[in-house]
Every structure is written in structure tokens, then in C-alpha cells.
Design a protein around this ligand. Structure first.
Ligand code: 5AD
Length: 463
């Protein structure tokens, strides 16, 4: 009765939280199983950022609850953002749930499950669900355990900060994740060092607003924000070849950070820079404290630091009050930046946020039309950008076999997926791959034999 399956919805932070819960449960003797059909305990780690994400998890929980009625010992838990956002109210829709645990109490999950199991084994009937959605001092420091899995892991997520104080008017995150809290820099550096020792070559530093990292705990030093100081520290760790981070806020992109991209080669040539809208009046209504022009200036500064810089972004279409002209500004901004990739979201009303009650809510049909129009622009841009790489040699961090298991997959410095043929032992190493073909999101290529690698490709004089 100790087989646990964790199903994760939403962002990388949720994936990281699930992984940490899994590691804690394993340490207590639970088994983490890959299939929900074979589990005794099903934990749904949920997302609240859009209504669709909540509905998916509620649907799944309803389905699992039916199993619970057949098998009374089956345990069903809802964790994370939706648990935090809705708390005990979830029991009205889902009366059979055993456990509701919010975002600051993940580390308590093993205790709660132990208690449930002990009660079951003693034959004590459990009348009420456990609901735990309080805040907890220091909870940002509890997501630190990683799973020791079979095989070598090349990329890992590292949580550096939790919560957000920006109050974008569309966003539920301040409510689901709480106030901004940062982990101590030493703890993060130690975690990255341990990961490097276990074969990890790429770390992605995670937080809701990573560019604000440590702003209350560390002073700026020689013009460098605490976030840039952290990047410098992680950059020094031998074995770590690449450092990525998500999500930053444009507000945090001052010169110290844009220049870090020319100073710190492990940062590669990719930035995920959420813009949300290309219209100044919509940005104001969203409480995003930058203008279209300031955003484009950051893009120019980053392109100056790294001419090959690739950008990805998050965009919301159909925010309340968005006119055709506002949308047109978003469209032209996309063309101007020339994104590699973008996540486009139709605005979703989040109860309790300021935008939910703003006038000028945009009809679904219009939101859908703008969504499709933008996706088309972005798709064409992505294809153009990937096709432009055909014929080039790229430095690829090899992650392991691709989906089919027949070839290898990895990513370029600009975070493009690459699929190519090669021996499995290359996992975890940097390989030179000559790009021969491209689709919207993936590059295909062939391995450049060692010795004829990047250096000779870049220095024809040495051939
Ligand atoms: N509706 C649609 N998209 C949203 N996002 C956040 N809140 C909403 C909402 N209410 C998007 C933003 C954010 C990403 C994680 O989700 O683009 O950057």
C-alpha cells in the first residue's frame, strides 16, 4: 500500500515541487510508480494560472474519486496551486479527497501520508480530509531534494525563490505562491555543486520572478544585482556547462544582467522574456511596469551582448479592454523581436484578481481569433529561424535518447531541440552537430566527428 503516483500540471516549478515530494517520499520508504493505474496513492500537483488547468485537475480528481468509492483504501491528494487557491472549498466538488496541501506545505506530505496509513492499518475510520494551506516561514528552503534515479540526469531544475510581489492584474500567483521569498545563495550553490557531482550539466534556476532574487537579503555588489551575483557563483561550478533561468521579469533586465550574457558563456544565447502585450495601454492595465519601447530596448541590449540571441516569451491575448489596435501592436512586436518561440494564452478570468472585474471583457470568439492569428505569425517566424540554421554547426548538450529511442536528442546553446544519430555514451557531453534539416521546433543533424569539431569549423585558418 505504498505505491505513489504523482501527476503534475502546469509550470516547471510544479514539476520541481513534485520531484522534491517524490524524493522525500522515497526516503520514507514509499515507491514512486510511473503509472496511475498501479498506485495506491494518487497525488495531483495542480496549477491555477488559467481556468483550463484547474478544470483538467478537477476532472482527473473526479475520475479518481470513483475509484476511491470502489477501493476505500485508495488515497487521493490534491497538492499545490489549486489546493492553495481553493482550499477546503474543493471538498464541495470533490468530497472524497483525503488530502489538500498548499504550496508552502509540500514538505509535510510524507507525514500526512504516514498518518493516513497508520490510521488505516489500525482500522481507525478517517472522517475528514486533511486540509493544510497555511503559510510557513522558510518554506522556500524546503524544495531541495532530488530523485536518485537510474541513469544519468543531464539537466536539473533548482528552485531559488518562491512567490511574487508584482501583482500583475491578471495573475493568481501572488495568491497561490505567496510573498516573494528567496533561498540563501549558499544553499543554492551547494545544491548545484551536488548536482554537478552527480553528472548534471545544465541547471535551470526557477522562481516566479527570478530577477528579483535576493533583493531583500543581499546588497548589490559592484553594480551587480543579487541575481547576477548568483549567476556568477553558479557559473564557477566545474561540471556545470549551461545555466538557464525562468521566469524573469523585464523590470529586472538592467545593464548588469544584459552584460552578464557577454561575460558568462554558460548562459548561452537564449532568454525567456515574458512580454504579455505589445501595447502600452494594455501593459499599464496589466500593471506591468515597462513600455513596449523599454522591452524592445532590452531586446536590443541582449542582441548587442550576444548577436545570436534567441528569445522566447509569454503573451496574453484578449486581456480586458484589448482593442484590435492593441492586438496589432502585439503582433508587430512579435515581428520586431523575431521570437524563436512563444507561449500564447487566451486571457482567463481568475476570480479575486483585479482584471476579473475590469470593464471590456473580450468575447471568447475574439480571443480565439487573436490567438490563432498570433500563433500563425509565431509559427512562421520559428520555422524561418530554425531553417536559417541549416548548414551551421551547433554546440549541443546531449541529453540522451530521443522519444523513439533510436537517435539522440539535446539542445543548442539557444535552447533549440536537436535530434541526431550517435552513440548513447555521448549523453551529458557537448557535441558538435551539423544541422541538415529543420522543423518549427526541432533541428535535425549529424554528428561532426571529434577533431573536426566546433573549433576547426569556427577557425578555417587552422584546417
Ligand atoms: N490568463 C491567461 N494567461 C495567464 N497567464 C497568467 N495569468 C493568466 C491569465 N489569467 C500567463 C502569463 C504568464 C504565464 C505563466 O501564464 O502569460 O506569463
Amino acid at each position: 500500500m505504498n505505491r505513489v503516483h504523482i501527476k503534475t500540471y502546469g509550470c516547471q516549478m510544479n514539476e520541481r515541487d513534485s520531484e522534491a515530494v517524490a524524493a522525500m517520499l522515497r526516503a520514507r520508504g514509499y515507491r514512486i510508480v510511473p503509472s496511475e493505474d498501479d498506485c495506491d496513492i494518487l497525488l495531483l500537483n495542480t496549477c491555477s494560472v488559467r481556468d483550463a488547468a484547474e478544470q483538467k485537475a478537477i476532472g482527473k480528481a473526479g475520475y479518481a474519486a470513483a475509484r476511491k468509492r470502489r477501493e476505500p483504501d485508495f488515497v487521493l491528494g490534491i497538492l499545490g496551486c489549486m489546493a492553495q487557491n481553493r482550499g477546503a472549498d474543493l471538498l464541495e466538488r470533490l468530497p472524497d479527497v483525503d488530502l489538500i496541501v498548499g504550496t508552502q506545505k509540500f514538505h509535510r506530505v510524507p507525514d500526512y501520508l504516514d498518518n493516513l496509513r497508520a490510521a488505516r492499518e489500525a482500522g481507525i475510520p478517517i472522517a475528514e480530509a486533511i486540509v493544510e494551506t497555511g503559510s510557513e516561514e522558510g518554506s522556500q528552503n524546503t524544495i531541495r531534494d532530488h530523485m536518485e534515479g537510474p541513469g544519468r540526469r543531464v539537466c536539473a531544475f533548482v528552485s531559488i525563490q518562491q512567490g511574487c510581489d508584482m501583482n500583475c492584474t491578471f495573475c493568481i500567483v501572488p495568491r497561490t505562491r505567496g510573498d516573494e521569498r528567496s533561498r540563501p545563495m549558499e544553499d543554492i550553490v551547494r545544491e548545484c555543486e551536488e548536482l554537478a557531482g552527480r553528472g548534471v550539466r545544465e541547471v535551470t534556476l526557477l522562481g516566479q520572478i527570478v530577477t528579483s532574487y535576493g533583493r531583500r537579503d543581499h546588497p548589490r555588489e559592484a553594480g551587480a544585482s543579487p541575481f547576477v551575483q548568483l549567476l556568477e557563483r553558479v557559473h564557477e561550478i566545474p561540471g556545470i556547462e549551461r545555466i538557464r533561468f525562468t521566469s524573469p521579469h523585464p523590470r529586472g533586465f538592467r545593464r548588469d544582467l544584459t552584460e552578464a550574457f557577454s561575460r558568462l558563456p554558460k548562459l548561452g544565447e537564449h532568454v525567456h522574456l515574458p512580454v504579455q502585450s505589445g501595447s502600452d495601454s494594455i501593459l499599464r492595465a496589466m500593471n506591468r511596469p515597462y513600455s513596449r519601447e523599454r522591452y524592445l530596448e532590452i531586446v536590443r541590449m541582449l542582441k548587442a551582448a550576444q548577436p545570436a540571441m534567441a528569445f522566447s516569451t509569454d503573451i496574453i491575448v484578449g486581456f480586458p479592454g484589448e482593442t484590435d489596435e492593441d492586438f496589432e501592436r502585439t503582433r508587430t512586436l512579435c515581428e520586431e523581436v523575431d521570437y524563436d518561440m512563444a507561449y500564447v494564452f487566451k486571457y482567463s478570468v481568475r476570480t479575486g484578481t483585479p482584471a476579473a472585474t475590469m470593464p471590456g471583457q473580450v468575447p471568447e470568439a475574439v480571443r480565439e481569433r487573436r490567438n490563432q492569428a498570433l500563433l500563425e505569425v509565431l509559427r512562421a517566424g520559428s520555422l524561418r529561424r530554425s531553417t536559417s540554421l541549416v548548414g551551421a554547426v551547433q554546440e549541443v548538450l546531449v541529453e540522451g535518447p530521443d522519444k523513439t529511442g533510436m537517435r539522440l536528442s539535446g539542445r543548442t546553446r539557444a535552447n533549440r531541440a536537436v535530434v541526431f544519430e550517435g552513440p548513447g555514451r555521448l549523453a551529458g557531453s557537448l557535441a558538435a552537430v551539423a544541422i541538415t534539416d529543420a522543423s518549427v521546433s526541432t533541428l535535425y543533424g549529424s554528428l561532426v566527428p571529434a577533431g573536426a569539431g566546433l573549433q576547426s569549423a569556427a577557425c578555417p585558418a587552422s584546417l
